[in-house]
Design a protein around this ligand. Sequence first.
Ligand code: ADP
Ligand code: MG
Length: 325
Amino acid sequence: MREPLISVRDLRVQFHTYAGVVNALNGVSFDLYPGEVFGLVGETGCGKSVTGLALLQLIPPPGEIVGGQILYCGQDLRTLPPAQMRSLRGGKIAMVFQDPAAALNPVFTVGEQMEMVIRQHRRVSRRDARRQAAEMLRAVGMPDPLRILNAYPHELSGGMQQRVMIAIALSSGAEVLVADEPTTALDVTIQAQILDLLVSLKKERGIAILLITHNLGVVAETCDRVGVLYAGSVMEMGPTTAIFREMKHPYTQGLLAAIPHAERRGRFLSAIPGSVPSGLQIPPGCPFHPRCAFAWDECRNEIPSLLPVDEGHWVACHLYGRGRR
Ligand SMILES: Nc1ncnc2c1ncn2[C@@H]1O[C@H](COP(=O)(O)OP(=O)(O)O)[C@@H](O)[C@H]1O
Ligand SMILES: [Mg+2]
């Protein structure tokens, strides 16, 4: 059995705001294995970005991790000394965001920024750093690396900027890449190219990728396994093929029904009624029960545990509770 690179266990995150305590994550657990893309999917506000930021220990104030563990190679990142965490972040564990322009420094060329990152993590000359930077740009499919090295970020398209961000992650030797909606801001054709690039990185370099997306279509095309998040809890988790073959949770089924299909065009889209509860007031019992067509008393009172329904396929829903499968 392979060992996970990252194990998230019962992760709890709160934001202490003037309006009250926002419970952003309420006991999230999952594993991330080398050479896989694990998708985190769910509607806006369900806790995807907070999960990604927690992995890098970058929860912004007034937020804090209030419980659980994030194990990387068996070590809890929560207890790692800040200096070690800094070298891990942007080193072995890297992150790319929805808006690459905001993550790149506008006053330095791509080459200068890449050299800085490379020399932060390895003792090499400027010349060697530049050579490595060009190599990494080639590895992420840049047609003319030498031209790109001399370009400023604003001279590149969004897709090119995102490739540069991924090249920076590679040049720092990332084993884990957290990608938060990396293609949401891009044109559809460019989106597909970036997703293909991520898939090739996991295959060819064995990188573990946590792909955060609100888009089940992206999950279907890219992810080996997926976790469905709702109101800061994992509702369903398993191999992507198993989940698409047999979605168990009414929330997952609702998410799928909300995807527009060409053959359904012009007809009314079935979306899930209601909206994601604010983290200030998470309903008792199953957090999804106020929007669920199948809810009964138990759902209103008891939080369902995440239980296995099949090989590697887990569901937190009283429909599949003990003795009901
Ligand atoms: N800086 C913050 N202050 C207060 N609440 C926050 C902050 N950042 C996130 N949250 C809350 O945490 C929850 C999860 O947010 P987030 O992870 O950004 O959702 P997603 O990425 O799935 O859209 C939401 O309820 C959101 O309101
Ligand atoms: Mg987000």
